[in-house]
Design a protein around this ligand. Structure first.
Ligand code: SF4
Length: 466
């Protein structure tokens, strides 16, 4: 058999019906993750047609997108303030009960952002196909899974059949050699990759992140990388499972145990792309040349090194429109621009390592006057661990607002929003117009850069504070 990429191995193992020029492949799905926002329509179709969920045992539900992050609304007697959110929560509770699906409800200690809790549980495993009605399902590719977001109609297809109609994507090797310097993180690396290949550069491809710099990353960092694959337009992103992956998964509640563990690891070791496997496209990145990155525009590809000036592209109407929205001009320095809000959280950077990074900057320092620093753990487990490690005390002493877990200000569905015209440095993954609130201006960055900008009240290079 000829040398195969990791993607090809996972795809072939799940292809129930091979695609033809006229028909897509039928792909078997190992794990279907659902949440309160994109599932109601799909459940309604099942109910109308009298269909059950084909594999409830391979379906896992949580609440994250629209749930409040204030303790009193979750654990107290205060009702959920956003009506649409309250309705979605009730609908998911009813649908999960009606269709026999496991749900981590509002007060469940295992609840959190869908892309944080599944790896945390060990439910995300190498070689799986994983889907969810959410673009950032690509996160799970950090484990060598083929994981991608689907629409509400497809959520219904997977409910009914545990399969999906899919056209086979092409493969794209992202080769990252060298090592990241101090204060330069996985978030900076993925922003630099998107800056280099562009927000459409990955369209039609599954990216495989490879090379020395990728192998040196922790699982949390690998999840940050794969999370933003979709921001380069890619269908998914993948990283070959290795000892780091196995060490992360060992002993997790839903990871295999006993002899099944040894058998699984032996199988997972076979997943990496074979030497000589051919990719349809490739790009080379030197990690050692990178500095902390920050976006200046309204997509994640509009990004520069923190010490760089905003590019001058006077004849580019898309760039001009973005700069007008942001209130910036080409040639200006990003350093020193004032900020109003800082958000540390989301499925990109809401894990324990991200909070440890923020605490490294915030310990013994205070948030600048007039800046609102909102820190939202990615899951209730991350919250408990951050509190046990004393990180929450560091945040509160610095003047930050420490919350319950959820998507929160990443997209502002729960009422955690940025006001029109305000500047928000955010560790999330999208800086589209209005993403964090109508008229809000988002600057994407790492937890280090976000925390340093909160301390100074302006865009700041975090490295002198480390
Ligand atoms: S944190 Fe943001 S990007 Fe991630 S799942 Fe929630 S809304 Fe989507």
């Amino acid at each position: 058999m000829s040398a195969r990429t990791m993607f090809e191995k996972v795809w072939t193992a799940h292809e129930v019906v091979v695609e033809t020029p006229d028909t897509p492949a039928v792909l078997y799905i190992d794990l279907h993750l659902i949440h309160e926002v994109t599932s109601p329509q799909a459940f309604a179709v099942l109910a109308q047609r009298g269909l059950p969920v084909r594999r409830p045992d391979r379906t896992l539900a949580t609440m994250d997108h629209s749930t409040p992050t204030s303790s009193e609304q979750i654990f107290g007697n205060v009702p959920i303030r956003v009506d649409a959110a309250a309705k979605q929560v009730r609908m998911l509770e009813k649908n999960a009960a009606d269709f026999g699906i496991e749900l981590f409800g509002m007060r469940d200690a295992r609840r959190g952002i869908v892309h944080v809790i599944s790896p945390e549980l060990g439910a995300t495993q190498p070689g799986m196909t994983i889907v969810c009605g959410d673009s950032h399902t690509s996160t799970h590719g950090a484990f060598g899974a083929l994981a991608f977001g689907i629409g509400s109609t497809e959520v219904g297809h997977v409910f009914a059949t545990q399969c999906l109609l899919q056209r086979k994507p092409k493969t794209f090797a992202v080769n990252v050699e060298g090592r990241l310097g101090p204060g330069v993180t996985a978030k900076d690396l993925i922003l630099a990759i998107i800056g280099k290949i562009g927000v459409s550069g990955g369209t039609g491809y599954v990216l495989e992140y490879r090379g020395e710099a990728i192998r040196a990353l922790s699982m949390e960092e690998r999840m940050t990388i794969c999370n933003m694959s979709i921001e380069a337009g890619a269908r998914a992103g993948m990283i070959a499972p290795d000892e780091t992956t196995f060490a992360y998964l060992a002993g997790r509640p839903r990871a295999p145990g006993g002899t099944a563990w040894d058998e699984s690891v032996a199988r997972w070791r076979q997943l990496a792309s074979d030497p000589g496997a051919r990719f349809d496209a490739s790009v080379d990145i030197d990690a050692s040349a990178l500095e902390p990155m920050i976006t200046y525009g309204t997509n994640p590809g509009m990004v520069v090194g923190i010490n760089a000036a905003i590019p001058v592209k006077a004849d580019d109407p898309v760039d001009q429109k973005a700069l007008d929205y942001m209130g910036f001009r080409g040639g200006e320095s990003m350093l020193g621009k004032p900020v109003d809000v800082v958000f540390i959280g989301s499925c990109t950077n809401g894990r324990l390592e991200d909070l440890e990074a923020a605490a490294r900057i915030l310990r013994g320092r205070t948030v600048a006057k007039g800046v609102h620093l909102l820190i939202v753990p990615g899951s209730q487990r991350v919250k408990r661990e951050a509190e046990a490690a004393g990180l929450a005390d560091v945040f509160k002493a610095a003047g930050a607002d420490w919350r319950e877990s959820g998507c929160s200000m990443c997209l502002g569905m729960n009422g955690d929003t940025v006001a029109a015209g305000q500047y928000a440095v955010s560790t999330s993954n999208r800086n589209f117009e209005g993403r964090q609130g109508v008229g809000a201006r988002t600057l994407l960055a790492s937890p280090y850069t976000a925390a340093a900008s909160a301390v100074f009240g302006k865009i700041s290079d975090p490295r002198p504070l480390l």
